[in-house]
Design a protein around this ligand. Sequence first.
Ligand code: FAD
Length: 313
Amino acid sequence: MSKILVIAEHLDGKLNSSTARAVSAASAVKPEAINVLVLAEAADAIASEAAKIDGVSKVLTVARAENAHALAAIYAPQIAKAAAGYSHVFIPSTTFGKDIAPRVAALLGVSQVSDIMTVEGPHSFKRPIYAGNAIVTVEVDAGSTVVATVRTASWPAAASSGAAPIEALSLDVALPSHTRFVNLQQGKSDRPDLQSAAKVVSGGRGVGSKENFEIIYKFADKIGAAVGASRAAVDAGYVPNEMQVGQTGKIIAPELYMAIGISGAIQHLTGIKDAGTIVAINKDGEAPIFEIADIGLVGDLFKILPELEAQLG
Ligand code: FAD
């Protein structure tokens, strides 16, 4: 029987919803147990949140000063040690997980499985390749520990009605001193988080400038949405790169995605494959975005957006 260790992603003392999505993927394996591992400086509040996730049988915590920041070099040896006795280690396929999982796999001497979108069996998974244009089935040797990143956009967050026990874990593992935390630079925004927001409004090259992007922010604020962008908008300096949606940006699955002045290149579409309703505003009626949009408005965004906003009251 399988036993799965899910690694909790958290920031500023709060559990990221990517963890509950990784638990959903773990549940699909139908394991005997799913345990969540919280590595932190102060783990209690994060562990309490993790304990509520449905399907979790136990939360394990390792609280030590070295775990104050999610450094892959520091986390990986602890995860590899904690993985003893588990058949699977699942980590969200976010920047956090993509950083840590390869090190864990290397320390355990196994190959990593990346971006699992469906579970075919305990050792068989489907994942996208070629910017989501093809889906490949990956098989892991039955005797080998499965270290996998979970494509969070493919899995709903498991509900939060559980009450799993929390246990402090003591790991006898030497931590490296070659890597240390210097500082974290991140954009501060009061808007919803792009990766977990239910509504996202994105602007592309068609928006034209950094100043013009105000029209996107204003509309997003009106409907309580997060703001995203195409790579062309990022490369042109209209917005910072943490807002990029797509193959080399964020993969998201909002209920509503609005693509404004975005042509619909395959690398952009890869980031919104799992979105619910897609609305496109583009002045070119032949733009590829209209092939996948549920609702398409052909016209000038600078005319249509204010009109839409006025309708919202
Ligand atoms: P454009 O393709 O220039 O489209 C602008 C659109 O705006 C046009 O359709 C135009 O009709 C419309 N428009 C202009 N003015 C107006 C107006 N006033 N009103 C309404 N519509 C208007 N791209 C991503 O987005 N994310 C990625 O992660 C990503 N990764 C990549 C990885 C690789 C390896 C490569 C090669 C490319 C990647 N790209 C990515 C780039 C991608 O191929 C496209 O170049 C990019 O998505 C185009 O952005 P855009 O749609 O904003 O710009």
